[in-house]
Ligand binder design. Structure first.
Ligand code: HPA
Length: 273
């Protein structure tokens, strides 16, 4: 695995031109629009990157974007890898390992999620302040590679409290309504039954989705600073009205993108380096 990570990083580092890249962004389902606000320097298809898996799901693009955003250099993943697509947890999280190997210390993650908090409405943005891992497999299962991180990484403050505070400040300044809550990550691909939404609420989840948790675990294992944002694409507060569907998830995701882009841009602009 180390060899593969290093091969991919070696291939990509040629495109960085020796410049510092401090932030990587993973764009979630139907949330690739932020890519259009990046002053693009390079578009690298995943298929060209040694050992990278290739994205298959509808609504996902498979490109790594290098460019300027918020006045800084960023790398954006337009399209991510999901466990439900059949990838192993090592494949799902491989890009995060590579981004870290490139010397990028900070990871921003976005996703589409179902709102299980009764006050969340479709179109809301939720800052992720914690998560609950409900995936049936763990990305760190197996022998620990000490070069990558510790055997038993802590997950307290996995989502940087400083970045959360800054995002809340920016939300207030820009007039963006921001929720803050717990993201429950499970494998999908079926959406949840009303009983399952109720269970997620009961165990402390505010939103639910099929990604992010493995990536954040691996990023924290590697010591990266993390920030996560969910676009609430559907409300599950009224069990008799639940009818989650992928087209609707994508549609709502699209409408929330300008605000998500504005928040990410401003966060990055205010980073010290
Ligand atoms: N459940 C799981 N994943 C999701 C949902 C949902 O309701 N909405 C968007 N992604």
């Amino acid at each position: 695995m180390l060899q593969k990570i290093n091969d991919s990083a070696a291939y990509l580092s040629r495109f960085l031109d020796g410049e510092k890249y401090a932030t990587a962004i993973i764009l979630g389902t139907g949330l690739g629009e932020l890519g259009k606000s990046i002053e693009i320097k390079q578009v690298i298809p995943y298929a060209a990157i040694p050992h990278f898996p290739v994205s298959t799901v509808q609504g996902h693009k498979g490109n790594l974007l290098l460019g300027r955003f918020g006045g800084k250099n960023v790398v954006a993943m337009q399209g991510r890898f999901h466990f439900y697509e059949g990838y192993s947890m090592q494949e799902v999280t491989f890009p995060v390992r590579v981004l870290h190997a490139l010397g990028i210390p900070r990871l921003f993650v976005s996703n589409a999620a179902g709102g299980v908090h009764p006050e969340y409405q479709a179109g809301d943005l939720m800052i992720i302040h914690d998560h609950i891992n409900l995936f049936p497999e763990h990305p760190l299962r197996g022998p620990n590679i000490e070069e990558l991180g510790p055997r038993f990484p802590g997950m307290t403050d996995a989502y940087s409290p400083q970045l959360i505070r800054l995002a809340e400040e920016i939300g207030r300044e820009l007039g963006i309504r921001l929720q803050k809550g717990v993201y429950a990550g499970l494998q999908g691909p079926s959406f949840e039954t009303p009983a399952e939404y109720g269970w997620i609420r009961a165990i402390g989840g505010d939103a639910v989705g099929m990604s992010t948790v493995p990536e954040i675990i691996v990023a924290r294992h590697a010591g990266m600073e993390c920030f996560g944002l969910s676009v609430i694409t559907n409300s599950t507060a009224a069990p008799e009205e639940i009818k989650t569907d992928h087209t609707e998830v994508q549609k709502v995701g699209r409408t929330a993108q300008p605000q998500m882009t504005a928040l990410f841009r401003e966060l990055i602009a205010r980073m010290k380096e």
